[in-house]
Design a protein around this ligand. Structure first.
Ligand SMILES: Cc1cc2nc3c(=O)[nH]c(=O)nc-3n(C[C@H](O)[C@H](O)[C@H](O)COP(=O)(O)OP(=O)(O)OC[C@H]3O[C@@H](n4cnc5c(N)ncnc54)[C@H](O)[C@@H]3O)c2cc1C
Length: 411
């Protein structure tokens, strides 16, 4: 029975004995022919419970597989890139049609999951992109959204000043609004997806995992930090910014991990001009941000920061230089906020590939290991659809070949 047949035959969870009889015979590393020590077995293990892993684990479980999700600090933890409070959802993607299509599907998927989970995850805010003039990327976004039937509004500088009097438009000539875009409560969404995974019969393990023993071009098990082993037929490594640590030779130079400071500025007392629906998400070359959601303050994110961030050990303190830069930006774009106090800060990290495409591909040394990551600052919005995509790749189901090629390792 090949891997594909095996996985399809497990659409209903198998008993441990039946499952064991389907697993290949194996020998312990270092002692050929010796029986493997007993270890719990699972069809598929997903390592990492962020936007990639939590949704993949849930999708696999919903497809009927026996799934264990392993996360070193727990899904939605504050070190994870997906553990921040909020993330933007939008369809506009410049010329990158593959991601625009996925983001478009994700909008419906988010609403369906929000209804299923019974908690408010989405806030529709709109997204306003501003620039000195029309750029090819802005034009591409406008025409792509038109093709997908997604509403947009285009503005001149005068339109912008009339529509958003709380903003300053110094140096800005045009704007493009995607009114259906919004913000998802990110940490809540990951916690809810992990909770649904458990309720539907998935197993969650809080442990650091590393690739364990290998045999015949396949990974046999994981080595967990407590000294135990976890064997499976398939493994999905969705370790976000930790991927270069897990596979240093393969990914150490392919995924970079820069720090990002996220600042929330208070709004003046009794002032509703900086919350939705008055203010949308805003974006321009060096900054982007969100209106005040849940009374948190206006979120401002400078799009630079030091490289080589360590998500395990580095302290999550914002750089005073970024505060000064953000205040200078506010003075220009949101003059009423320039002297407001900071109400919250977050420190996050990216897991960037050089071309900002994700990586979803087989590990070249292990036929049963799928790597899923390289979110490059834009994966969260795709979560519910991305998880289904990665799940299908993990079990060998058909997917879109053009998208597969875009996210392959060797590119
Ligand atoms: C400041 C900022 C703003 C962003 N804004 C947006 C946005 O508006 N919209 C958008 O779509 N995207 C946005 N992104 C990108 C998005 O957040 C990421 O692409 C996405 O969250 C990455 O998810 P992930 O699952 O790859 O990684 P993570 O969320 O980091 O998850 C990895 C998980 O793996 C676990 N783990 C790691 N190593 C191990 C191990 N050895 N064993 C067990 N578990 C392990 C970790 O604990 C963690 O939970 C933004 C990113 C940043 C930094």
């Amino acid at each position: 029975m090949d891997r594909r047949t095996f996985l399809h035959s497990t659409s209903a969870p198998l008993g441990a004995a039946a499952l064991a009889s389907l697993l290949p015979e194996r020998a312990a590393a270092g002692s050929p022919g010796a029986p493997m020590p007993q270890a719990p077995r699972s069809d598929i293990v997903v390592i990492g419970g962020g936007a990639f892993g939590a949704w993949t684990a849930l999708s696999l479980r919903e497809m009927g597989h026996t799934v264990t999700l392993v996360d070193v600090y727990g899904p939605g933890n504050s070190r994870a890139t997906s553990g921040d409070e909020t993330r933007q959802v939008r369809v506009g993607y410049g010329e990158r049609e593959g991601y625009a299509r996925m983001a478009h599907r994700a909008m419906d998927a988010w609403r369906a999951r929000e209804a299923e989970f019974g908690i408010p995850l989405l806030v529709t805010t709109g997204r306003l992109e501003i620039a000195p003039d029309w750029t090819p990327a802005l034009r591409a976004t406008q025409s792509m959204l038109a093709r997908f039937g997604v509403a947009t509004e285009a503005f001149t500088a005068d339109d912008l000043r009339r529509r958003y009097p709380q903003m300053g438009f110094d140096g800005i000539g045009v704007g493009l609004l995607e009114p259906g875009a919004g913000v998802v409560r990110a940490k809540q969404a990951i916690l809810a997806a992990a909770d649904a995974f458990r309720r539907k019969g998935g197993t969650l393990t809080i442990q650091r995992a590393a690739p364990g023993r290998a045999e015949g071009g396949r990974l046999v098990d994981l080595a967990l930090a407590d000294g135990s082993r976890l064997a499976a037929q398939q493994f999905v490594f969705a370790c976000g910014p930790w991927l270069p640590k897990v596979f240093p030779e393969l990914l150490g130079r392919r995924i970079h991990v820069p720090k990002r400071d996220v600042l929330y500025f208070g709004v003046p007392a009794g002032d509703t001009r900086f919350a939705p629906p008055a203010l949308p998400n805003f974006s321009e070359s060096a900054y982007y941000g969100f209106p005040s959601i849940d009374g948190r303050g206006v979120k401002v994110c400078p799009t630079n920061g030091p490289d080589n961030w360590d998500p395990d050990t580095d302290e999550r303190m914002v750089d005073p230089m970024q505060v000064r830069r953000a205040r200078a930006y506010l003075a220009r774009r949101f003059p009423a906020l320039a002297a407001q106090p900071i109400t919250e800060t977050r420190v996050c990290q990216l897991e960037n590939t050089d071309d900002e495409h994700f990586i979803v591909d087989r590990h070249p040394a292990y036929a049963n290991v799928l790597i899923a990551g390289g979110g490059s600052g834009h994966a969260f919005k795709h979560g519910p659809v991305l998880g289904e995509y990665v799940a299908r790749r993990a079990v060998g189901d058909a997917t879109d070949p053009a998208f597969d090629a875009m996210v392959r390792l060797a590119r």
